[in-house]
Structures are given as C-alpha cells and as structure tokens.
Design a binder for this molecule. Structure first.
Ligand code: NI
Length: 326
C-alpha cells in the first residue's frame, strides 16, 4: 500500500510519460464500482457523479483526499512555464487505442468526461467559444438524455461529442452483452441530441480489456481514447494546480483529461487554454488530432522518388512503418 505522499508523487510523475495513460484513474477506482445492473443503482451512481461525490473517482482505501488550494474567484494566475525541449517527431498512425497522437505540430485535444452538467458545461462552452478552443466531450448517455440541448450546443459550436458509456460502470466487470448495451444506449442518446453517431469511446476509469477493445472497434468502428495528461482534477486540488498540471504536461499530440462536472476544473480552463495558446498550441477535437496523425504518417510513408531522393521535408529516419499503439 502506497502512502498518500507516494501516491501523489506517482500521479505527478505520470504527467511526464506517454505510457502512463490509463493508470491513475483506473488504479484508484478499479474496485470502486461494480457493473450496475439495476436502474436504481444506476440512478444513485449518476446523482453522486453529478454532485461530485467520491463514488465516481474514489480515493484509494486508507488514503486522504488532497486538500483544496484556495483560488480567488475564477482568476487563476499561472506562473510562466519554460518551453519544453523539442523532441524528434516520429510519424506513427494511431491504433485502436489512443492516448497521445504523433503529430509534427503543436496540436492538443482537451477532453471532458462524465458530463454534461446543467450549469458547468454551458459555462465551459462560453470559455471555449471565447478562446476559440475546441474540446471533446466524453459524455455519459444518461446525462445526454437529460440535457440534450447542451449537447446539441456543444456540437454546433465545433466540439466533438463522444461516448463515455451510459451509466459509468467499470466495464471490466461487465459481460460483453452489458458493454454493448451501455454503448448502444449512449449511441442512441447522442444521435437523438445531435443527429450524429459518435466515433470515439472512452471507457470509465480507462477500463476496457484488450480483447473487448478489439471487439468494440470491430462492431462500432470506435477508437478507444485514453489520455496522456491527467491533472487529477476530480480530487479537487484547486484550480491553479489543475491548470498548471495541464500546462506542464502538454506535448504536441497530447490528450488532456478533465471533468466538466467540477467547478474548480471549469475555473482552471481559461487560464490553462490561454497559457498553452501563448506557447503556440491549438486545441482541436480528438478526431481532428487522430486525422492529423494519420495524415502525417501517410505523408511519411510515401515511397521515395525513383531518383532515390527523399520526399521534401521527410528525413530517412522519419520513414517508419506505421504500427498500432495497442
Ligand atoms: Ni468518468
């Protein structure tokens, strides 16, 4: 059992590594929620989720939740963050599961789970509209059914609506039939609200077994989207901390995880977005990020001209076979 301090350090150190995509949320909450079968159980969990209770992203047994940091109003002031050292770009086509996308440009995808929330999500949409940032909402089907107008607005303003299941069960504890039931019901709710089918799914807690991911991809055509930057905003560490963790963690192609059901998260967003925009980052949807990754991988795999010369702008080491991440 890790101490809380060790746990916090582990979480922070995760921000530096792409491979850490599904660790913190899933490990912490692995045992928190079984696959719910009864509607009463689903409704109770949904209420707790919207109210921000620990049932959604439970703190590990024996651990204390992080103490909140006071932030005056919504004016989050961030310290300057030194530019990150440039890393060589290696083209790689996104696979079935995506936690970060290889792109040559400063593109990032901002994602929000568990909403929409009746008052916080509209506030967030105002911030996105003001800053020109686009986001991807991994919405819960039951919340889409409850607040279809908010979902419609988000989509109409250029954001992407994706699936986060209907009732937020731990899909690793569900039968395949139940997994399909969760995804089908969410598909229907999103289509009813926006007229469009989602093409992405993020399993609750990042939990979906590898063989189920492959089956879900075959049946629905979904990419299974995880993340590489997790500010642990559900622990409510304070808006300044949330913003700073996201700014520090972002790299070209990053997928940033947040939840639009916590006020502190919403308060962090404008400063965070502006700070990364000042560094040259553009906020695109996850589907746009994946398309950018596919496009750069295709360009890099164009065979050299018959003269033996490399295509312009492509270095020999950049011409690598496209491989799926997992
Ligand atoms: Ni969630």
């Amino acid at each position: 059992m890790l101490t809380f301090k060790q746990y916090a350090l582990l979480g922070l150190s995760c921000l530096s590594f792409i491979s850490c995509s599904s660790s913190t949320e899933s490990e912490v909450a692995q045992e928190a929620i079984e696959c719910p079968d009864s509607p009463v159980e689903q409704i109770t969990q949904a209420k707790e989720r919207v109210n921000g209770s620990a049932a959604n992203h439970a703190v590990a047994p024996g651990q204390k939740a992080a103490a909140p940091v006071a932030v005056a109003g919504t004016d989050v002031v961030l310290p300057a963050v030194a530019p990150k050292p440039a890393q060589p770009f290696k083209p790689q086509s996104p696979g079935i599961s995506v936690s970060r996308v290889s792109v040559p440009d400063k593109l990032v995808a901002l994602t929000f789970d568990d909403g929409p929330h009746p008052s916080l999500t509209p506030r967030l949409l105002d911030i996105l509209a003001r800053t020109g940032a686009k986001a991807t909402f991994f919405a819960l089907g039951q919340n889409v059914s409850r607040y279809p107008d908010i979902v419609r607005r988000a989509e109409a303003e250029g954001n992407e609506i994706a699936s986060h299941s209907y009732s937020h069960p731990n899909l690793n504890k569900c039968s395949l039939a139940k997994v399909y039931q969760e995804l089908d019901a969410t598909d229907v709710a999103i289509q009813k609200a926006t007229g469009k089918r989602p093409v992405l799914v993020r399993p609750p807690y990042g939990n979906m077994k590898k063989d189920v991911r492959a089956q879900v991809n075959r049946k629905y055509g979904y990419h299974i989207v995880l993340w590489d930057v997790d500010p642990l905003d559900w622990r409510k560490p304070g808006s300044g901390v949330v913003a700073q963790r996201m700014v520090k963690g972002a790299r070209p192609g990053s997928i940033l995880l947040a939840h639009d059901i916590h006020e502190g998260t919403i308060n962090a967003m404008e400063s965070m977005i502006k700070s990364l925009q000042a560094q040259g980052y553009r906020f695109v949807t996850v589907s746009q990020l994946i398309a950018a990754g596919q496009s750069s991988a295709q360009q890099a795999s164009v065979p050299p001209a018959s003269s033996g010369e490399m295509p312009q702008g492509v270095t020999p080491e950049a011409v690598l076979p496209a491989t799926a991440s997992n």
